[in-house]
Design a protein around this ligand. Structure first.
Ligand SMILES: [Zn+2]
Length: 243
C-alpha cells in the first residue's frame, strides 16, 4: 500500500513536471508567435510607407497625342486579344498588348468609366489604337473587308479613336453580351433583339453610356465604339515600346 502511494506521488510529480515543461514550451511558442507578429507588423508598416502609384494628368498634352490608358488610371480591365492567338485571326499580331488612344479618346473613356463605376461595372478592353502596319498584317491574314478594314484606307482603330470593349463587374467577371468579342454573325448585331432580356439590358447599358460620352457604335459589332471627334484624325503608325 505504501509502495503504491509512493509510486502515485512519484507519477504525480513527473506528471506535473511534464505539464510544466509543456507550459514552458507553450510560453516559448507563444513568444515566438508574437516575435513573428512583430516582424510581420513591421513589414506591413513598411508596405504602408510605399507611396501609392501616381498617375499622369492631361495637362499640356494635345488632344491628338497618343497616350497609354494605364498611365492615367488603374480603373480599367484589359484582355488585349491581338497580343495573343485567342482572336478570330488565330494569330498574335501585337508583340505586346497595350491600350493606347489619342488624348481626347482617353479623356472620354475615363469619364465613361467613372459613369460605369457608379453602376458597379467598368470597361474591359479587347483592342484600342492599332498601328497601320498591324492593319496590313491583319489584312494579309484575312484579306476580306467584311472582317478587317482595308489598310489602304485604314480604320478608326488606326486613328486612335476606336476601342473594342465589354463590361466587367468589380470582381472582373464579364457581363453576358451574348457572344464573344469578334463573333461575326447576327447574334452580335445591335439590332438583333431576339436575345434574353439580361443580354439586351447589358448591351443597352454599354451603348447608352458610351453614346452619352461621345462615342457611336456600328450595327454589326456590340463591342466596337468610335469617338465621334476622331473621325477626321489621320491614320497613324506610331508603335509603343514593349518592355
Ligand atoms: Zn473594333
Amino acid at each position: 500500500m505504501r509502495i503504491g502511494l509512493l509510486s502515485f506521488t512519484f507519477l504525480l510529480f513527473f506528471a506535473c513536471k511534464e505539464d510544466k515543461t509543456n507550459t514552458d514550451k507553450n510560453t516559448h511558442f507563444e513568444s515566438s508567435i508574437s516575435q513573428d507578429s512583430i516582424v510581420r507588423d513591421s513589414t506591413l508598416n513598411h508596405d504602408k510607407k510605399v507611396p501609392k502609384k501616381t498617375f499622369r494628368t492631361f495637362e499640356g498634352l494635345a488632344d491628338t497625342t497618343f497616350v497609354r490608358l494605364a498611365d492615367f488610371s488603374d480603373g480599367f480591365a484589359y484582355d488585349m486579344r491581338y497580343a495573343t492567338d485567342n482572336n478570330f485571326l488565330e494569330e498574335k499580331v501585337y508583340e505586346c498588348g497595350e491600350c493606347y488612344t489619342r488624348v481626347k479618346t482617353a479623356k472620354a473613356l475615363l469619364t465613361a468609366n467613372a459613369d460605369f463605376k457608379g453602376k458597379g461595372v467598368k470597361i474591359k478592353f479587347f483592342d484600342c489604337y492599332r498601328p497601320n502596319s498591324i492593319q496590313y498584317k491583319m489584312w494579309e491574314i484575312v484579306p476580306n473587308s467584311q472582317y478587317v478594314a482595308n489598310p489602304e484606307k485604314g480604320s478608326i482603330h488606326n486613328k486612335g479613336g476606336a476601342v473594342d470593349i465589354t463590361l466587367v463587374d468589380m470582381d472582373g467577371k464579364e457581363l453576358d453580351m451574348g457572344t464573344d468579342f469578334d463573333f461575326f454573325g447576327k447574334r452580335a448585331y445591335h439590332d438583333n433583339f431576339d436575345l434574353p432580356q439580361n443580354i439586351l439590358d447589358n448591351r443597352k447599358l454599354l451603348k447608352e453610356t458610351m453614346e452619352k460620352h461621345g462615342f457611336w457604335s456600328i450595327r454589326t459589332e456590340w463591342w466596337h465604339y468610335n469617338l465621334s471627334a476622331a473621325s477626321n484624325d489621320k491614320v497613324a503608325n506610331f508603335k509603343w515600346a514593349c518592355e
